[in-house]
Write a new protein. Sequence first.
Length: 55
Amino acid sequence: MYGPHMCIDDGYVVSNFVAQALRRHPMTVYGDGKQTRSFQFVSDLVNNFLRLLKI
């Protein structure tokens, strides 16, 4: 999950990539690089969760 007001050093993948890019550091690939990830904007997550609760 990602969205506005994320802290640059919160440890999430997206913010780590952004922080490393801004600092011109090499990008970290976690694990062996074969894993997949799914990123979802925070408002999409909340809206879908609320829709699920209404069912």
